[in-house]
Structure formats: structure tokens, C-alpha cells
Write a protein that binds this ligand. Structure first.
Ligand code: SF4
Length: 192
């Protein structure tokens, strides 16, 4: 049975292309492009996710990394549980207010560059739990790059969110994290 999601399949060749070459100037024995694009290409195809799963959405993530949906096709099979070695924080599930500082601490322990994806209604907005004890979205404690809607989102939606993160990672300027705008964003979360 074929897999439900095909990615970058070159119909004219039997070779499966992992990723097209970035824009540049090809020549005899060389290919010239910008450093930004080469670094972006490497980063976007070797993301190391850190799953922060607290409830039902985490089960969808388990399906996403298993063989049927197989997030390894995107270069992200190396799921890590040490924040110091990961560059994508995937928050899945209801985050209680008490847990907010823990999410933030995990984020702070990740080295730059780091990205965050809020998976499901709970992580994005508190979901159906509009109560005194639930954080109404993790963007109250850390900046979020991509939100995946759904309660729960299907693995296809998680993969779609992941591919959007890949786009962001691939297009990000190497100077972004030293810029004033980024410092301002971090400052708004009390992060130096
Ligand atoms: S969004 Fe829905 S499925 Fe996901 S953790 Fe919240 S209640 Fe569970």
C-alpha cells in the first residue's frame, strides 16, 4: 500500500529527490549560491524535534513519527529529549498554568537557532479548557512560529505544520537572530 503523502517525487526519474537545489549558478564542476541558502537547506532538512507532549495530541504525534506517516522522510527522525540538542520544540497537549514555567525553561535550554510549533487547539489557545488553571496558548510564555489547528490535528496536519516550519527555517536570514526585531521579540517574553 502506498504512503498517503508523497514528497518531492521527480516523475521523470526513478530517483527520489530529497530536496531541490537552491537558487544559484550551476557550471561545469561547480555550483554557486549564497551562504544563507546553503545553511537554510541544511537546517531545514535536519531538524531535531523535541516533543513536549502532555495529552491526546501527543498520540497523534506518535502516529506522525511511526512508519506509516514517517516524519523521517523530512530528515527529522532524530527525536530528542534533551533540549540542548534539539532545535524544534513541538508542544502538544493541554498546558496547565503551573506547567508554563517548565515549557519556558525547556525553551531557554535550547540553543539558538530554535523554533516552536504549537500543535492542536490546547497548545495554540487553551482549546476547550477555558478555565482558571489552563494556559490559554503557549505564546503567553514563549514565542511560537507555527500553529497547527485541530482537536486533535491529524498526522497530515502535523506534517503540514512541520513543512511550514521547514519553509521558515530554509528562508531565515542568518542575521535575523542578531537583529533588533528579534531582540525585541525575546524582550517581550523577558528573555535576554
Ligand atoms: S487539542 Fe484536543 S486532542 Fe489536543 S490535547 Fe487538546 S483536547 Fe486533546
Amino acid at each position: 500500500m502506498s504512503r498517503p503523502v508523497q514528497y518531492n517525487l521527480n516523475s521523470e526519474s526513478k530517483v527520489k529527490i530529497v530536496k531541490e537545489a537552491p537558487e544559484g549558478f550551476p557550471g561545469e564542476g561547480f555550483f554557486a549560491t549564497s551562504l544563507n541558502k546553503v545553511v537554510g537547506l541544511g537546517r531545514q532538512n535536519s531538524i531535531w524535534p523535541l516533543p513536549f507532549a502532555t495529552s491526546c495530541c501527543g498520540i497523534e504525534f506518535m502516529a506522525t513519527i511511526a512508519s506509516h506517516y514517517d516524519i523521517a522522510r523530512f530528515g527529522a527522525e532524530r527525536v530528542g529529549f534533551s533540549p540542548r540538542q534539539c532545535d524544534l520544540l513541538m508542544v502538544m497537549g493541554t498546558i496547565a498554568k503551573k506547567m508554563g514555567p517548565v515549557v519556558k525553561q525547556v525553551y531557554l535550554q535550547m540553543a539558538e537557532p530554535r523554533w516552536v510549533i504549537a500543535i492542536g487547539a490546547c497548545a495554540s489557545s487553551g482549546g476547550i479548557f477555558d478555565t482558571y488553571s489552563v494556559l490559554q496558548g503557549i505564546d503567553q510564555v514563549i514565542p511560537v512560529d507555527v500553529y497547527v489547528p485541530g482537536c486533535p490535528p491529524r498526522p497530515e496536519a502535523i506534517i503540514d505544520g512541520f513543512m511550514r516550519i521547514q519553509e521558515l527555517v530554509g528562508e531565515e536570514s542568518l542575521r535575523r537572530r542578531n537583529g533588533e526585531k528579534y531582540k525585541e521579540l525575546m524582550g517581550s517574553y523577558g528573555i535576554q
